[in-house]
Design a protein around this ligand. Structure first.
Ligand SMILES: Cc1cc2nc3c(=O)[nH]c(=O)nc-3n(C[C@H](O)[C@H](O)[C@H](O)COP(=O)(O)OP(=O)(O)OC[C@H]3O[C@@H](n4cnc5c(N)ncnc54)[C@H](O)[C@@H]3O)c2cc1C
Length: 497
C-alpha cells in the first residue's frame, strides 16, 4: 500500500505552490503534482498586492519574493483617446497596512520559480512534475487517485486524506466534483505580449489604460526592463495575423520600435469572469483559477488564488491535527467566495470602462468622467463572507485582515506571531478572562500578548477594544469590549479535544 499523504495538491501554479509551502511549513505531508515539466512560460500575472506579499512572508519567502518584485508606487491611469485622464487608481510610496507596499509588479514565471524552490525546505513535501491527475474517488477516510507519469506512461495509484484541485481554469477536479461555473458577464479576447527593453525608452512609469474605442489597450511597466501591452481583439481581427511580430510592433509603434526592445512572447487570451459554486465536496476542495477567474483589469486573479491558499492552509491543518471538526472547511467557500466575487465584479465594471468600443458610448463615458475628473479610487477594503469569525457586532472589524505594523523591537508583527492564533489585549481585560477561556488559549496554542505597547495599543484604542483575537491567517476573529465578549469570541479558536 502506497503512503497516504495528508494533502494532495493537483496543480503547481501559484495557488498550488503557495498552498504546498504553507502546508509544508505546518509540517504536513503533501504530494504536489503537475502535468507539465516546468512553470507556465506565457505572459500572465504582473501585479500582486500587499496582502499577497504578507502571505508569502508567512510561508517564509518574503525576502526571496521582494528580490524579484518592485513596489508599484505610481498607480494606474485611465486615459481616453484624446489623452485626457478619466480615472486614477492611486499609487503610493508609503507602507500599507500589511507591513509592505500596497502593490508590487513582477514576472509570474519568476515568482513561480521562487515558490517551487521554497518547497525544497520541507522534507515532507513531495513534488512530482510531468504527472497528470487522472481518475479520483473519495471514501470516508480519504481520496484515492490515479496519476500518469507523462514521460514513462506508467500509471500509479496514491491516497491522501484531502485533495485540493489547484488545477487551473479547466480544472479536472472541478469537473469531477460537478461544481457549476456562474458567469459574471465578461468574456472578451485580448492579445497580451511582453517585451524586454534593450535601451532606455521614454515610457510612462505608471500603468495606462487607453480607453480608445478604436482599440482599447493597456500598457504596464512590469519589473526591470520588462514592459507589457494588453490589446483588445476587435471584431474582424485576424487572430493568426495579430500575433505575428510585424502586427505586434505596428500596434505599439507610438511607444516603442522593434530595434529598441526584444519581443518575449505573445498570446491571445479570453478574459473571463466566472465563479464556481461548490468549492468543497467532502475531502475534495478547489482553489485558485479552478474555482474563480477574473479579468485582469485589477490584477487580482492570482492574488485571489493565493488568498484561497492562506484561508485553506490553516483550516486544513486544524482539521488534520484534530483541532477542529471537518465542518471548519465549509467556512472556506462561505468566506472566500463573496470576497473574490466582489473583486471580480469590480474588475468587470472597470472592463466596461475600458472595453467601450462604440464611439458614442465612449463620448458619453468621457463626459461622465469629465464632470468630476479625474476620479481617484483605491480598492475598497474587502471582507470575508460568513464563517469562522465573530459576526455579532455590525461595527466590528472582524472578518478583515489585522494590520502588520513594525513593533518597537524592530520585528514585523507576524514575525512575532508565527503561524499561531493570537490574543492581544490590555492586561486587565486578559486577567478577567474566565479559567475555561485561559485554558482554551493554551490548548489552541495561541500566543498571548498582554498589555501591548504602541502601535498595537493604539489599534485597540482606535477600535475601543480591550482585546482582539486573530486567526493564523491574520484575519480578525473578533474584538472584545467586555469580559464576556472575550470569553465568547475565544470559542472560535480551534482546540484539540
Ligand atoms: C494576461 C493575464 C494577465 C494576468 N494578470 C494578473 C495580474 O496582474 N495579477 C493577478 O493576480 N493575476 C493575474 N492574472 C491571473 C493569474 O495568472 C492566474 O489567476 C493564476 O495563474 C492562477 O493560478 P493557479 O495556480 O490557480 O492556476 P494555474 O496557474 O493555471 O496553474 C494550474 C496548474 O495545474 C496544472 N494542471 C492542470 N490539470 C492538471 C492535471 N490533470 N494533473 C496535474 N496538473 C494539472 C497545470 O499544468 C498548471 O500548472 C492574469 C492572467 C492573464 C491570462
Amino acid at each position: 500500500m502506497a503512503t497516504e499523504f495528508d494533502v494532495a495538491i493537483a496543480g503547481l501554479g501559484p495557488t498550488g505552490a503557495t498552498l504546498a509551502n504553507l502546508l509544508g511549513a505546518a509540517g504536513l505531508s503533501v504530494l504536489v503534482l503537475d502535468k507539465e515539466a516546468g512553470v507556465f512560460p506565457l505572459p500572465r500575472a504582473i501585479h500582486f498586492d500587499g496582502e499577497v506579499l504578507r502571505i508569502l512572508q508567512s510561508a517564509g519567502l518574503r525576502d526571496e519574493v521582494l528580490a524579484i518584485a518592485r513596489p508599484g508606487t505610481q498607480g494606474m491611469h485611465f486615459v481616453n483617446a484624446a489623452g485626457e485622464t478619466l480615472l486614477i487608481r492611486g499609487g503610493t510610496a508609503a507602507l500599507g497596512p500589511h507591513g509592505c507596499a500596497n502593490n508590487y509588479y513582477f514576472h509570474q514565471p519568476e515568482l513561480e520559480t521562487v515558490l517551487r524552490a521554497g518547497l525544497s525546505r520541507f522534507p515532507k513535501v513531495e513534488v512530482r512534475l510531468n504527472h497528470e491527475l487522472l481518475a479520483l474517488e473519495q471514501d470516508a477516510h480519504g481520496v484515492r487517485f490515479d496519476l500518469r507519469d507523462r514521460i514513462t506512461g506508467n500509471q500509479i495509484q496514491q491516497r491522501a486524506r484531502y485533495l485540493v484541485g489547484c488545477d487551473g481554469a479547466r480544472s479536472p477536479v472541478r469537473q469531477h466534483m460537478g461544481s457549476a461555473l456562474v458567469d459574471l458577464g465578461l468574456r472578451q479576447p485580448w492579445l497580451v505580449f511582453d517585451v524586454v527593453l534593450d535601451e532606455a525608452v521614454d515610457l510612462p512609469t505608471h500603468t495606462v489604460q487607453y480607453c480608445d474605442p478604436a482599440r482599447p489597450m493597456t500598457y504596464c511597466n512590469v519589473v526591470g526592463n520588462r514592459r507589457r501591452w494588453e490589446i483588445m481583439v476587435m471584431p474582424g481581427d485576424d487572430r493568426e495575423a495579430l500575433v505575428r511580430p510585424e502586427s505586434l510592433w505596428k500596434l505599439v509603434a507610438p511607444w516603442v520600435r522593434p530595434e529598441q526592445a526584444t519581443l518575449e512572447r505573445a498570446a491571445i487570451y479570453t478574459f473571463h469572469s466566472v465563479i464556481a459554486e461548490g468549492w468543497r465536496q467532502g475531502r475534495l476542495l478547489l482553489a485558485g483559477d479552478a474555482c474563480h477567474q477574473t479579468p485582469p483589469f485589477l490584477g487580482q486573479g492570482m492574488c485571489a488564488g493565493i488568498r484561497d491558499a492562506a484561508n485553506l492552509a490553516w483550516k486544513l491543518e486544524a482539521v488534520l491535527t484534530r483541532q477542529a471538526p471537518p465542518e471548519l472547511l465549509d467556512t472556506y467557500e462561505s468566506e472566500r467566495a463573496p470576497h473574490v466575487r466582489s473583486l471580480i465584479e469590480l474588475a468587470v465594471r472597470l472592463g466596461d470602462i475600458i472595453q467601450t468600443t462604440d464611439p458614442q458610448l465612449a463620448a458619453q463615458r468621457d463626459a461622465r468622467f469629465a464632470a468630476g475628473r479625474p476620479e481617484i479610487f483605491e480598492l475598497p477594503p474587502q471582507m470575508l463572507g460568513r464563517g469562522a469569525f465573530d459576526e455579532a457586532a455590525p461595527d466590528s472589524p472582524a472578518g478583515r485582515p489585522f494590520p502588520q505594523p513594525r513593533l518597537p523591537d524592530g520585528r514585523l508583527l507576524d514575525e512575532l506571531l508565527g503561524r499561531r492564533s493570537a490574543v492581544i489585549g490590555r492586561a486587565d481585560a486578559l486577567a478577567a478572562a474566565c479559567p475555561a477561556t485561559l485554558e482554551r488559549w493554551q490548548r489552541a496554542g495561541a500566543i498571548v500578548i498582554d498589555q501591548p505597547a504602541a502601535p498595537l495599543s493604539e489599534w485597540l484604542e482606535a477600535h475601543q477594544a480591550r482585546a482582539v483575537i486573530l486567526r493564523p491567517d491574520r484575519y480578525i476573529v473578533g474584538i472584545a469590549r467586555t469580559g464576556p465578549e472575550l470569553d465568547r469570541i475565544s470559542q472560535y479558536l480551534p482546540v484539540a479535544p
